[in-house]
Design a protein around this ligand. Structure first.
Ligand code: NDP
Length: 243
């Protein structure tokens, strides 16, 4: 696909779905800006596409970091066409374990991270009445599984926020896309500290013949490549065997 006319920012681009999407959109010649906390991992992607990608260290829970990435993008290109809020963690565990620090981290990264992206990018998009905000949600944003109440809660919240954004900004021609993957082979399982949950997630991935991150990236590419009058509101991409 030729995306050479698109200025795209990806938050949470250092591994998994974000990294795969970065590589795919770089191949599509998008004007790409990628960000995450692990700058070394971003640089590995950058060096495979010399001169094509800008990379910034940024923590999505810090508004000043997110704003810096967006502002630098607009400084360089004069606009931002697409913001992809992809950063997320999934430290699932039963509520009875009372892992309040993990709950706090999930709320901050999975929800506030998305809101920080919207707060930083939307004013630029609304001003020119054009833009596209994409967020990685989850099948867990539709159904609550055992021991994933808080993670699901963050993903339900993000779907609500994104649908509100869609309704508020339709008159400004701003597209919104929710990408909801099922089980996908990434580093997300490393964010699980409860050993039973980690095993459950890995076994589940094996049992359903889980997806590869590039398969989610292709859904993002599809949503970005649509004509101006067509907005892909949500894409659910499950492994065929995931019920
Ligand atoms: P990975 O762990 O491989 O990627 C997570 C990405 O989020 C990394 O780039 C990580 O970068 C970034 N990130 C995490 N915390 C922060 C932070 N505070 N600031 C900036 N970036 C951050 O997992 P996935 O690729 O699977 O996850 C991507 C998204 O997909 C998440 O939102 C996840 O909830 C969602 N998802 C994944 C599914 C799966 O089965 N894998 C299923 C459904 C949804 P760094 O650590 O360098 O900051």
């Amino acid at each position: 696909m030729d995306l050479s006319n698109k200025v795209v920012v990806i938050m949470g681009a250092s591994s998994g779905i974000g990294a795969a999407t970065s590589r795919l959109l770089a191949k599509d010649n998008a004007k790409l800006v990628i960000a995450a906390r692990r700058l070394n991992r971003l640089e590995e992607i950058q060096k495979d596409f010399p001169g094509k990608i800008d990379a910034y260290k940024a923590d999505v829970t810090k508004f000043e970091d997110v704003k810096n990435v967006i502002d630098k993008t607009v400084e360089k290109y004069g606009r931002i066409d697409v913001l992809y809020n992809n950063a997320g963690i999934m430290p699932t565990a039963p509520l009875i374990e009372g892992r309040r620090d993990e709950w706090q981290n999930m709320l901050q990264i999975n929800i506030m991270g998305v809101l920080n992206g919207i707060a930083a990018a939307l004013p630029y998009m609304a001003k020119v009445k054009s833009g596209h905000i994409i967020t990685t949600d989850s099948v867990a944003g539709h159904v609550v599984g055992p021991d994933s109440a808080v993670y699901s809660g963050t993903k339900f919240a993000v779907r609500a926020i994104m649908d509100g954004l869609r309704q508020e900004q339709a008159e400004n021609n701003i597209k919104t896309t929710i990408i909801s993957p099922g089980s996908t082979g990434t580093e997300l399982f490393n964010s699980i500290n409860d050993s039973d949950q980690k095993k459950f997630a890995k076994d589940f991935f094996e049992n359903v013949n889980g997806l590869q991150p590039g398969q989610i990236a292709s859904a993002v590419e599809f949503a970005i490549g649509t004509k101006d009058n067509m907005s892909v509101s949500e894409v659910i991409v499950r492994p065929t065997r995931q019920t």
